[in-house]
Design a protein around this ligand. Structure first.
Ligand code: GAL
Length: 614
C-alpha cells in the first residue's frame, strides 16, 4: 500500500464510525433463514411428561398405564403424541462409556445378553401409536443429583460412574439414544453446567466432581452464554447426524438463562424461557410472561417453552376449571408446547375434556406458526391475538389475571381487521356468536378468559404486514449485549407494533400503529419464499430512545444482496420511506446498524414502521 492509500484508509476509518460498525460480522446479511431447520416440530410438540406427577419415583408401569389411558380417553387422537421419560432413568455410567439403565424402574429394558436397552420400550410405544422421548443433561450431571438429594433413584457408584450427563459423551450417548434405542425426542437439561460449583452441597457431599459453573442462575454477567450456546449447538448438530430421517425433537432446557432466547431457535426446536412451573396461579403467569413478549422468536420448528402444563395439579385441578381453562388458552395462543404433566389415570372427566378441546388445540397447532402477541395490557386484563393461516382469521384470548371481576375488550384494529362485520366463534363454548360490528366486549370473572376465533377482512388489504407473519421472522441478532440479558427480563427484545419496552412506535413525533420495534445493531431475517413483489416500510429512530444515543443506518437485503441503505439517521430525523422490489427473493433481511453508540450504552431504539410485503 502506498503512503497515500494508507492515509486515505486511516482517514476513512477515523471519520466514519458507521463503516467501522459495519465490520460486525453478525450484522452482515446471512442470505439465509438461519434457524435450526432440523427435527420434527413444524407445530408445537404435544404429549405427556411424568416429571410433575412422579419426579424420579417413576416406573415403566406408571408411564405405560398413563399412555394407555391417553390412548383410550381420546387425548392421543386429540394430538398428544410424545410419551416422555424425564430425570431418574439411569443407574450409572459403565466402564465402556455406555449408560446403564435402571432396570428396577424399567424392567422392559433388560436384555438376554448384553447391557440393558430401551429398544423394546420405544417399540412398544411406537406400536401404540406414540412417539418416545427421553431426558439428559448437557453437563456431566443431572438436575436430580443437585436438587433431589433424597431421591431413591439417583445414579450410583464412583464419582465418574455417577456422571451420566452428555458432556464428553455427546456423540456416543446420542447415538445410543436415537440409533440403538429408537427415541424420537430428547430434553437436554443444564444443571450439570450450573449446580456443581466448588463449595456447593452437591460437591461437598463428596459424591460429585466440581466444575466451574457456566451458568450462574440469575447472573447474566457471570454466566458464559457463548460456551453454553456452543455446547447446545453441538448437541443440535449431532442430533441431525444420528437422525438422518429428521424425525426427532430437540428440547433445550436452560430455564431462560444464558441468553437462550437469542440462540435457542438456531440450535433446537424449543427452549425453556423460565424456571420450572409449579401449580400456582402466580407461577403460571410468571412463566407465561417469560414467553408472551417474545412473539418474534417462535415459528415452525422453533418454539418458546414456558414449561409443561400444570393442569390437573394444585390451582389447576378439577376444582379450578376456570384457572385450568385460562392456563390452556394462554399456552395455546402463544404456540407453547403442550406437555401434560399429571397422573391422567386419576383425571376428572372435565379435565380430559378441557385438554382435548379440538378448536383450542387447532389454534396452538395452526400451520403458520405465529405466536399470539399482546395487543392490550392494563395490568389486569390482557388481550392476545394470533394470526391464523386462513386469510383474515385470528385467534384471540382475553384474560383476567386478577382476583376481581373485569371486562375484556378487543376491536378490529387490534386484530388487524377492517371495521365491518366480524364472524366470531367462542372456542370454549364451541358456538358461533352473533355477527358483530365494532369492539367485542366480555365480562371476565376473576382469573377467567375468553378464547375466540374471529374472521374478517384483513386491514392491510392485499399487503401482508410483517406483524401478521411472525412465524416467518427470525431475530438473528436482537441488539442486546449478552450481559444485559437478565433471565427474568421479558422486555428489551424486538416486538411487533411496539418498542422493545412495549410503548407505541413513534418516529420524529409521528405515531405508527404497526411495524417492528427493536434496538439498533439488530438483524431480522424474513422468510419471504419468493411470494412477494415489494417490501415497504418507514424507518427511523424511535422517539422513546435516548436523544444523545448515536446514529443508525437502515439496510435491507434480499438473499444477501443490498436492496436499500439509508444515510445515517439521528433521533428526531424524519423517517425514511423504503420501497424495494423483492420478486424472487427467498430471504429478506432488515438490518439497523448503530454508529457512534457509547461503549456500554444500549444501541438506540429503531422502528421499521408499517413494514409490509406486497
Ligand atoms: C429441571 C427441569 C424440569 C425437570 C427436572 C428434573 O431442571 O427444568 O423440567 O426436568 O429438572 O430433575
Amino acid at each position: 500500500m502506498t503512503k497515500k492509500t494508507l492515509l486515505a484508509v486511516a482517514l476513512a476509518i477515523a471519520s466514519c464510525p458507521v463503516l467501522a460498525a459495519e465490520t460486525r460480522d453478525d450484522l452482515q446479511p446471512s442470505g439465509r433463514f438461519s434457524v435450526y431447520g432440523h427435527g420434527a416440530a413444524a407445530t408445537p410438540p404435544m404429549g405427556w411428561n411424568p416429571w410433575n406427577a412422579f419426579r424420579t419415583e417413576v416406573t415403566q408401569d406408571k408411564i405405560l398405564s398413563v399412555a394407555e389411558t391417553i390412548k383410550k380417553n381420546g387425548l392421543q387422537a386429540a394430538g398428544y403424541r410424545y410419551i416422555n421419560i424425564d430425570d431418574g432413568w439411569w443407574l450409572h455410567r459403565r466402564a465402556d462409556g455406555g449408560i446403564q439403565i435402571r432396570t428396577s424402574m424399567f424392567p422392559m429394558a433388560k436384555t438376554a445378553s448384553g447391557p440393558p436397552s430401551f429398544r423394546r420400550w420405544t417399540e412398544h410405544l411406537h406400536a401404540m401409536g406414540f412417539k418416545a422421548g427421553i431426558y439428559t443433561d448437557v453437563g456431566r450431571n443431572a438436575c436430580s443429583q443437585a436438587h433431589d438429594p433424597k431421591s431413591p433413584n439417583l445414579p450410583v457408584g464412583t464419582t465418574a460412574e455417577r456422571e451420566i450427563g452428555l458432556s464428553g459423551f455427546e456423540y456416543s450417548d446420542l447415538r445410543t439414544v436415537f440409533e440403538e434405542w429408537g427415541f424420537d425426542y430428547v430434553k437436554v437439561d443444564a444443571c450439570g453446567l450450573a449446580d456443581f460449583a466448588a463449595g456447593s452441597a452437591s460437591v461437598t457431599s463428596g459424591r460429585y466432581g466440581e466444575s466451574r459453573p457456566l451458568i450462574v442462575r440469575g447472573d447474566a454477567v457471570a454466566t458464559d452464554a457463548d460456551k453454553v450456546e456452543t455446547m447446545y449447538a453441538r448437541v443440535g448438530r449431532l442430533l441431525s447426524q444420528v437422525n438422518p430421517d429428521g424425525d426427532y425433537v430437540f428440547s433445550i432446557c436452560p430455564w431462560g438463562e444464558a441468553a437462550v432466547r437469542d440462540w435457542g431457535g438456531r440450535h433446537g426446536n424449543l427452549w425453556r424461557t423460565s424456571e420450572d412451573i409449579v401449580p400456582t396461579w402466580k407461577s403460571m403467569l410468571h412463566n407465561f410472561d417469560s414467553t408472551s413478549r417474545r412473539e418474534l422468536y417462535a415459528g415452525p420448528g422453533r418454539w418458546n417453552d414456558p414449561d409443561m402444563l400444570a393442569i390437573g395439579l394444585g390451582e389447576f385441578d378439577a376444582d379450578h376449571l376456570v384457572e385450568a381453562r385460562t392456563h390452556f388458552s394462554l399456552w395455546s395462543i402463544v404456540s407453547a408446547p403442550l406437555l401434560i404433566g399429571f397422573d391422567l389415570n386419576h383425571a376428572a372427566p372435565a379435565l380430559v375434556e378441557l385438554l382435548s378441546n379440538k378448536e383450542v388445540i387447532a389454534v396452538n397447532q395452526d400451520a403458520a406458526g405465529n405466536q399470539g402477541r399482546l395487543v392490550a395490557d392494563d395490568g389486569q386484563v390482557q388481550v392476545l391475538v394470533k394470526p391464523l393461516s386462513v386469510r383474515g382469521e385470528r385467534a384471540v384470548v382475553l384474560v383476567n389475571r386478577g382476583d376481581t371481576p373485569a371486562e375484556g375488550v378487543v376491536d378490529a384494529r387490534q386484530m388487524r381487521l377492517k371495521d365491518g362485520a366480524l364472524q366470531v366463534r367462542d372456542l370454549w363454548a364451541q358456538r358461533d356468536l352473533p355477527a358483530t360490528q365494532g369492539a367485542l366486549r366480555f365480562p371476565l370473572p376473576p382469573r377467567a378468559s375468553v378464547m375466540l376465533k374471529v374472521k374478517g377482512e384483513p386491514a392491510s388489504g392485499d399487503a401482508t404486514a410483517l406483524g401478521e407473519i411472525t412465524g416467518r421472522i427470525h431475530v438473528a441478532v436482537d441488539g442486546l449485549p449478552i450481559y444485559s440479558a437478565k433471565p427474568a427480563e421479558v422486555s428489551g427484545t424486538p416486538r411487533v407494533d411496539a418498542t422493545p419496552y412495549g410503548k407505541p412506535l413513534q418516529v420524529a413525533g409521528q405515531a405508527y400503529a404497526g411495524g417492528i420495534g427493536a434496538h439498533a445493531n439488530s438483524r431480522l431475517e424474513v422468510l419471504t419464499s419468493k411470494a412477494f413483489r415489494r417490501f415497504s416500510a418507514v424507518a427511523g429512530l424511535d422517539d422513546s430512545g435516548d436523544a444523545a444515543n448515536g446514529n443508525v443506518v437502515f439496510k435491507v437485503y434480499g438473499d444477501g444482496k443490498p436492496l436499500y441503505e439509508s444515510a445515517p439517521l439521528r433521533r428526531g430525523a424524519k423517517a425514511v420511506r423504503i420501497d424495494v422490489p423483492v420478486s424472487g427473493v427467498q430471504v429478506l433481511e432488515l438490518v439497523a446498524v448503530a454508529g457512534d453508540t457509547g461503549k456500554d450504552a444500549l444501541p438506540p431504539l429503531v422502528a421499521w414502521a408499517d413494514a409490509q410485503l406486497h
